[in-house]
Design a protein around this ligand. Structure first.
Ligand SMILES: Nc1ncnc2c1ncn2[C@@H]1O[C@H](COP(=O)(O)OP(=O)(O)OP(=O)(O)O)[C@@H](O)[C@H]1O
Ligand SMILES: [Mg+2]
Length: 396
């Protein structure tokens, strides 16, 4: 903004700056203030000696209106002392008349740069505040997660005792059966009892894992062989009530590999994924579980979200080959795009009350994250859904 009560200097300044900036002009202090109120002014060149409101007075009022307006004062030689005073009021520079074009250009450029810097600082402070708020949010979430952990831990702990009792009772039943009629009980009863025993052990193992997790005692050296985990998953799902009506296909790896993950965690993750798939439709579906070897890091294309795909847990994923991908694929109805962002949230469920807790995928996310792995989900409406777990290989 150029402010001078004389037409001549105003026009010559306009000519100097019209190619460089968006220039507006005012012929008096009040006109300049009205302009500054109605539009954004980054910098102003003010003549000091004007009839009515002086340049110095205008400077003070402009700064009051918007302290970020940078002001260059123009002055005749005899008022240099006034101009120096103006600097104390917050002007960024002063030039004596008649001025050199290069001098006034530099002064204005400098003023604009100061303005940009000030804007950047305001923006920086705003971002900082935002970040601080986000941090506070995070801390709150952390506290919430910690109290949730305590709840999980006490539930797991309390469930542990009756489970241990069940397991002891099972042993006694087994012993009694073996004693009656010389151990000749029907093979199917023996088989079923053995399976009950396995499930109880699994429950005990899960509760032990939860307790360890809640106590933050990571068992860093865990590893599991993929084919063992796949075979266990197949065995556990074989007689699972949700698997009825559906077909399960489990493909073992041609060359077995071990990965850095606790075996129970992996089986539990695969079970949660497969059971979700079985629950996706009352109509018969095919659910297949398979694994393949990735000698290279995952390509960025696989890690980019699209309306039908999500990739998580990016923050912890070590994309260091070799990796193994384990896929749980179903021919179900798919997941709607509007749910895709929420399915891994704790307590998100589309199932009727009492049927789903909405914790299954949140648990998978946590267990895979603990193993520094990643999860990718791809879903196509009416065609099916594939969950893929990418996990670091321990040995080939
Ligand atoms: N294979 C799938 N096909 C279609 N929808 C799925 C599939 N897997 C998950 N979902 C959706 O994701 C939601 C969240 O799954 P999650 O396992 O976290 O909870 P849940 O299965 O509802 O409850 P819970 O696992 O505690 O019994 C499900 O309610 C379902 O809407
Ligand atoms: Mg589930």
């Amino acid at each position: 903004m150029i402010v001078d009560d004389e037409e001549g200097p105003r026009q010559s300044l306009r000519i100097v700056f019209k190619e460089l900036y968006d220039v507006v002009m005012a012929d008096s202090g009040p006109a300049a203030l009205a302009l500054a109120r109605s539009r954004r002014v980054d910098a102003a060149v003010l003549d000091i000696r004007m009839s009515g409101m002086s340049g110095t007075e205008l400077l003070a009022q402009l700064k009051q209106l918007d302290p970020r307006i940078e002001v260059v004062m123009l002055t005749a030689y005899e008022t240099v002392e006034t101009a120096r005073q103006a600097i104390r009021f917050g002007a960024c520079d002063y030039l004596t008349k008649p001025f050199e074009i290069s001098g006034i250009r530099d002064a204005v450029e400098n003023a604009i740069q100061r303005r940009q810097l000030a804007d950047a600082m305001v923006e920086g402070t705003r971002r900082l505040q935002e970040l601080q708020e986000a941090l506070r949010d995070q801390q709150l979430k952390g506290e919430l997660a910690r109290s949730q952990n305590e709840i999980y831990a006490s539930v797991m702990h309390d469930i542990g005792s009756p489970l241990t009792a069940v397991s002891v009772l099972l042993e006694m039943v087994n012993a009694d059966l073996a004693a009656t009629r010389g151990g000749g009980q029907s093979p199917s009863v023996r088989d079923q009892l053995q399976r009950v025993g396995q499930q109880v052990s699994r429950c005990l193992e899960i509760s032990r894992r939860y307790l360890n997790y809640a106590r933050d005692r990571g068992t860093g050296t865990d590893s599991v062989r993929i084919n063992q985990a796949l075979a266990d998953t197949r065995e556990l799902l074989r007689s699972h009530p949700h698997a009825r009506r559906h077909r399960l296909e489990v493909g073992l790896m041609p060359a077995d590999l071990a990965i850095h993950m606790n075996g129970t965690d992996l089986v539990q993750s695969l079970m949660n994924l497969a059971i979700n798939a079985f629950q996706a439709s009352p109509d018969p579906l095919v659910v297949s579980v398979s694994a393949n070897y990735h000698p290279q890091p995952l390509p960025a294309a696989l890690m980019t979200d699209t309306p039908r795909t999500r990739f998580l847990v990016r923050e912890v994923f070590l994309n260091q080959p070799p990796l193994v991908a384990i896929h749980v694929q179903d021919t179900g109805p798919g997941i709607s795009e509007r749910h895709l962002d929420k399915i891994f949230d704790s307590y998100f469920t589309t199932k009727p009350t009492g049927e789903g807790t909405g914790l299954g995928l949140a648990i998978v996310r946590r267990l895979v994250g603990n193993a520094k792995g990643a999860i990718r989900v791809e879903t196509v409406s009416g065609v099916g859904t594939t969950f893929s777990l990418y996990l670091p290989v321990r040995e080939v």
